[in-house]
Design a protein around this ligand. Structure first.
Ligand code: BES
Ligand code: MN
Ligand code: ZN
Length: 459
């Protein structure tokens, strides 16, 4: 990936950030002709509004860009993410400070992303000389991670099946010298991953469990588990076409776990990292699991299939059980698990669940600081009995449909016992409508917030 950053010795067009209340003062510092040009264009410093000011030869001499007033209800620290799509080709620098320069640079970087696998992408030809004091290596690390997550999610399922997802994990593992293994197909049965096998067995592309480990064995054990459902038809309880349409993104948890792992390894955090990804396709066929089938689980409890579309929690259950066997210090799972999480909080604000109060506070703080929003929801004990089955130890999809994201979290909790701390995030992994710094399509969610927290603890 070519760097979008230039060094300070490069000539760069200054961008002045303005709000309605600072416009006059900023303009007063510009040449007379530029001030007249701005007035003649009716420039009013609306948030996101850009104006390129010409010099006497007609070249771009200066750029005005409208930001939100600090404290405004709709304040968006990623506003500068719109700039790469608006600016003419060239090299730019910030002429004055944004409310948060780090987020302003990050948003600019994230705003340069285009998905170019299947046609020539009209990638913006813009570069930025970053302001003094901004940690460029940290921004590049976050940009590379987000690009990885977005590319993996945006790649359609015909080119991103369990094997291709495994290849992507292997490439990342090799780049950082991690040790990698993968259990494929019927070996999942012999090695006791009955739920991963049950979900993936109807697909012509074999299910697998990806497993890689990195770092000093003496460091605290941090294990990441990501839902890697490469396409979710819903199985026999088939999804309606409108809901199935974007289910190529159902490996968004895996993509974001890989993004998070790439930041952890790049920054060489002092952890013993393990990444587990159950990679499957939830397909329809004669040998597909059926409603009210019962399967054993790795951990032991028998699981009744209330709905074949609640497949994510099934594959995570076996992967979490494996992770739990070595009692990690911190066990984190990410997955695109429920539509109910979207009903509650919408696509941009994933709920997270943990019993660890300190972790919950630290994560809320880093999510806000990184502008990678997360919102805590409760592991509400009284709802646990909703998971009761009439014939097995647990049902994967309680009837009634209330509190769907919570009951999913409670289901997963049944498979975690020995880990010192467990964090579960029910992400969406997708931006339905483009916003500054967040193009429509696959999205990196929760990874930056969690990385910031881990950096604080293990940096
Ligand atoms: N992958 C879906 C969840 C999903 C749906 C995420 C739409 C984002 C957008 C998951 O596998 C699923 O189908 N969950 C069901 C669970 C239900 C059957 C208990 C859901 O949310 O409807
Ligand atoms: Mn499903
Ligand atoms: Zn799913």
């Amino acid at each position: 990936m070519p760097s979008i950053f230039d060094t300070a010795d490069q000539p760069a067009v200054p961008i002045s950030f303005v709000t309605k209340s600072t416009l006059e003062k900023v303009c007063a510092g510009l040449p007379e002709a530029a001030q007249r040009f701005a007035r003649a264009n009716g420039y009013s410093a609306k948030p996101g509004q850009m104006l390129a000011l010409p010099d006497a030869n007609g070249a771009v001499a200066h750029v005005l860009f409208g930001l939100d007033e600090v404290g405004a209800r709709s304040f968006d620290p990623f506003r500068t993410g719109a700039l790469p799509g608006l600016l003419p080709p060239g090299t730019y620098r910030f002429a004055n400070a944004a409310p948060d320069d780090k987020l302003a640079v990050l948003a600019f970087a994230l705003g340069t992303y285009r998905f170019g696998r299947y046609r020539k992408a009209e990638a913006p030809e813009v570069r930025l000389v970053p302001p003094q004091g901004v940690d460029v290596a940290a921004i590049v690390r976050a940009l590379e991670a987000a690009t990885l997550a977005r590319d993996l999610i945006n790649t359609p399922s015909n080119d991103m099946g369990p094997a291709e997802l495994s290849d992507a994990a292997l490439a990342l593992a090799q780049r950082h010298g991690a040790s990698f293994s993968c259990i494929v197909g019927d070996d999942l049965v012999t090695q006791n991953f009955p739920l991963i096998h049950a979900v993936g067995m109807a697909a012509t592309r074999a299910p697998r469990l990806i497993d890689f480990t990195w770092g000093d064995a003496a460091h605290p054990k941090v294990t990441l588990v990501g839902k890697g459902v490469c396409f979710d038809t819903g199985g026999l309880d088939l999804k309606p076409s409108s809901a199935m349409l974007i289910m190529k993104k159902d490996m968004g948890g895996a993509a974001n776990v890989l993004a998070l792992a790439s930041m952890i390894m790049d920054a060489k955090l002092k952890v013993r990292l393990r990444v587990l990804i159950p990679a499957v396709e939830n397909a329809v066929a004669g040998n597909a699991m059926r409603p009210l089938d019962v399967f054993p689980s790795r951990k032991g409890p028998t699981v009744e299939i209330g709905n074949t579309d609640a497949e994510g929690r099934l594959v995570l259950a076996d992967a979490l059980a494996l992770a739990d066997e070595e009692a990690p210090d911190l066990l984190i799972d990410l997955g695109t698990l429920t539509g109910a999480a979207r009903v509650a909080l919408g696509p941009d604000l994933p709920p997270y669940y943990t019993h660890d109060e300190q972790l919950a506070l630290d994560l809320a703080r880093s999510a806000a600081a990184e502008n990678d929003p997360l919102w805590r929801m409760p592991l509400w004990g009284p709802y646990d009995s909703w998971l009761d089955s009439k014939v097995a130890n647990i049902n994967n999809a309680p009837s009634g449909g209330f509190a769907g994201s919570i009951t999913c979290a409670l289901f997963l909790q049944r498979f975690v016992e020995a880990a010192k701390t467990w964090l579960h995030v029910d992400i969406y992994g997708w931006t339905p409508k483009a916003k500054p710094g967040r193009p429509e399509g696959g999205e990196c969610q929760a990874a930056r917030a969690i990385f910031a927290l881990l950096s604080e603890r293990y940096g």
